[in-house]
Design a protein around this ligand. Structure first.
Ligand code: ADP
Ligand code: MG
Ligand code: ZN
Length: 476
């Protein structure tokens, strides 16, 4: 029997507003515990929440960017439960009437485009943070995060493999970052994901019992957890054990999922409309206003790059993975219009340097203008492609302009035919045996002669001229 996996994701994204969703406290990360708090986010009796308009703006951005229908009237609801990181005893969320529904995004896996439905997007507040001291019998609570705005994005169960789930997550994160409403940092928890997964016999269309997976804080963890869980479910079913709907935690060190609790049902939370908050009314004008500010999104940019610059779609995908990287590429192409050459350098040398130096593209030690200068030097024959690599390394370590490095180090390419001819003759006279062998049929030695000439000129001879001259001498 073969099985097919069915996966749906719930994503929580922390919004980059300056203040919290229902009070004026700062959302800044890393402040001393409990310094960004007030009676509202601490849930004192008698206080009233006031909705932060920016939160609605940001949520509208995401809703429109993912093709959702925006509700003209939505409501906040109380989700009731007790936990020490939740001082009010309820979380303000949205339940029956969320701000947006019925959206979709496209993902691409193995060259195949797929549509993933988005069930709903709603706004809610984050809870505080508990820390447990392993050496003391205490837990500490920090309410700085209490009331930080989140959006929850719930997908349809449209994914069929861990790879698709990974692609969907990356796509959503790219969109959030393009919109500049979430920093998308999974390790730090500003972009979190719960994964729901079930399996069913291939070719059938009813859903199996779903398991909700939590505690994955990187893309790799999500894919690993799903792969493990799909296999675990297969084994259970084949052994004749019935699966129960539950929440399981991923343990990355052990590489397993562990049962945490039976799945809670919506009625366990006693959801009801929050009487402290008015229904949220959004008119067409507000929606239009937000729509007008949407930037070019990843899919559009990717398509435009392929079209306008005639680069492979793989290149376009890498280059549009962030707005800043795409901007870098375009700034460089403006000054050096051979787009594929620029793409090769950005995807190769630039990304490699950023990786080893652990920097973002905004912090690149080589600016797009400087990279264009370097490419012009190669293009006009001042330096060879090979020398360009060492010039690039120098640009990274010294921050100097390529022209300056070439001048100071005397790296200008030798294109003087007479000078190169002299070296060619010298190399040939020093290697009489090889010349004889070459003429006797060992034509593979040609590369050897090129290498010797390049070595004698310390890489500065124009390779095209070297080739021509050697051919002329050897094949005469
Ligand atoms: P809950 O609050 O119970 O987690 P939600 O509606 O917020 O419920 O989320 C349900 C998620 O589970 C959605 O992403 C949905 O696509 C997914 N899902 C629903 N049924 C299944 C199933 N049988 N297998 C896998 N995923 C499922
Ligand atoms: Mg859930
Ligand atoms: Zn507050």
């Amino acid at each position: 029997m073969t099985y097919e996996a069915v996966i749906g994701l719930e994503i929580h994204a922390q919004l980059l507003t300056k203040t919290k969703i229902f009070c004026g406290c700062s959302t800044e990360f890393g402040a001393p515990p409990n310094t960004h708090t007030c009676p509202v986010c601490l849930g004192m009796p008698g206080v009233l929440p006031v909705l932060n308009r920016k939160v609605v703006d940001y949520t509208l951005r995401m809703s429109l960017a993912t093709n959702c229908t925006v509700a003209h009237e939505s409501r906040f609801a109380r989700k009731n439960y007790f936990y020490p990181d939740l001082p009010k005893g309820y979380q303000i969320s949205q339940y029956e009437l969320p701000i947006a529904e019925h959206g979709h995004v496209f993902i691409e896996v193995n060259g195949e485009k797929q549509r993933i439905g988005i069930t709903r997007i709603h706004m809610e507040e984050d809870a505080g943070k508990l820390t447990h001291d392993p050496n003391l019998p205490i837990s500490a609570v920090d309410f700085n995060r209490t009331g930080v705005p989140l959006i929850e994005i719930v997908s349809e169960p449209d994914m069929r493999s861990p790879q698709e789930a990974g692609a969907y997550l990356r796509q959503l994160r790219a969109v959030l970052r393009y919109l500049e409403i979430c920093d998308g940092n999974m390790e730090e928890g500003s972009f979190r994901c719960d994964a729901n997964v079930s399996i069913r016999p291939s070719g059938t269309d009813t859903f199996g019992t779903r398991i909700e997976l939590k505690n994955m804080n990187s893309f790799r963890h999500v894919e690993n957890a799903l792969t493990y869980e799909i296999e675990r479910q297969k084994v259970s079913i084949e052994d004749g054990r019935e699966l129960v709907q539950e929440t399981r935690l991923w343990d990355e060190d052990k590489g397993v999922t562990v049962s945490m609790r039976g799945k809670e049902e919506a009625h366990d939370y006693r959801y009801f409309p929050d009487p402290d908050l008015l229904p949220l009314v959004i008119d067409e004008a507000w929606i239009d206003e937000v729509r007008a500010t949407l930037p070019e999104l990843p899919d559009e940019k990717r398509a435009r790059f392929v079209e306008a610059y005639d680069i492979p779609s793989y290149d376009a995908e890498v280059l549009t993975s962030s707005r800043a990287l795409a901007d870098y590429f375009e700034t460089c192409v403006k000054q050096f219009p051979e787009a594929k050459t620029v793409s090769n350098w950005v995807m190769g040398s630039i990304l490699a340097v950023l990786k080893t130096e652990n920097k973002t593209i905004e912090e690149s030690p080589v600016s797009p203008e400087r990279l264009a200068e370097l490419l012009r030097l190669i293009d006009s024959g001042v330096i060879s492609g090979k020398i360009a690599k060492t010039v690039f390394d120098d640009m990274v370590s010294t921050g100097k302009a390529p022209e300056a490095i070439v001048r100071e180090k005397g790296l200008v390419q030798v294109t003087d035919t007479d000078a190169i001819s002299e070296v060619v003759n010298q190399v040939l006279s020093e290697h009489e045996q090889e010349v004889t062998d070459y003429k006797g049929g060992k034509t593979k030695l040609f590369g050897f002669f090129v290498g010797q000439v390049m070595k004698a000129t310390r890489g500065k001879a124009n390779p095209k001229i070297v080739n021509e001259l050697l051919k002329k001498e050897l094949d005469a």
